[in-house]
Design a protein around this ligand. Structure first.
Ligand code: HEC
Length: 184
């Protein structure tokens, strides 16, 4: 009798991951997509810092971060944004709702409380939002988001006149990843 139960169950769970319907499946998919994005951006950034230095990496980020994000979105058939209150690129500026969530999380960081790994918000019967905090967890981030001075500061100001994304410290909330996930 057993195999008859085991096989359909395995099949069913595979299908559910492919077409997420419950909160857990949304979270699973959101986590997979966020990891893929962070790996891609982080990997490229590290590579560029090593081969082209901070200035080269800055240029690379300006030119490619959004395109790389779009690529991950396309591959996963979702829509992905990186969002911040203290944004560098105004394209990544938090809207009112996103600002509320980020402020909630900032308060946790300020009070020394742990951040949730993610948050899922149902938008409609057919779609949900998956949010994941992005924390400054690597000293390398501070090269471009810490106390930036000299030529690098000048180039950042010239490229992003509205830049607010400096002055960060280790452990600060930098922003979040937001993935729109459709339910089938
Ligand atoms: C070499 C410089 C450089 C380094 C190092 C760097 N960034 Fe950035 N970052 C940028 C630039 C340029 C942008 C704006 C372009 C874009 O990504 O859209 C940006 C944008 C971002 C954004 C999108 C929100 C916004 O402000 O526009 C996040 C989130 C972010 N960085 C997080 C990080 C984290 C976390 C690290 C460390 C792992 C890091 N960055 C390291 C240059 C850098």
């Amino acid at each position: 009798m057993r195999p008859f139960f085991v096989i359909p169950l395995t099949l069913a769970s595979t299908l559910l991951i492919a077409s997420p319907s419950s909160q857990e499946q949304i979270a699973l998919k959101g986590n997979q997509i966020s990891s893929a994005l962070l790996q891609k951006l982080g990997g490229e950034l590290k590579n560029q810092m090593q081969t082209a230095g901070v200035m080269g990496a800055l240029h690379f980020c300006s030119q490619n971060a959004l395109t790389l994000t779009e690529q991950v979105a396309k591959e996963s058939k979702t829509s992905i944004k990186r969002i911040s209150i203290n944004y560098r690129n105004p394209v990544n500026k938090a809207n009112a709702e996103e600002t509320t969530l980020l402020q909630e999380w900032e308060k946790l960081v300020k009070n020394g409380q742990p951040l949730p790994s993610h948050k899922v918000v149902t938008i409609s019967e057919n779609s949900a939002m998956f949010y994941k905090p992005i924390v400054i967890n690597n000293e390398a981030c501070l090269k471009c988001h810490g106390n930036v001075e000299g030529d690098l500061a000048k180039v950042i100001k010239a490229t992003y006149p509205e830049d607010r994304a400096t002055g960060y410290k280790m452990g600060d909330l930098r922003g979040m990843i937001a993935v729109t996930i459709e339910r089938d």
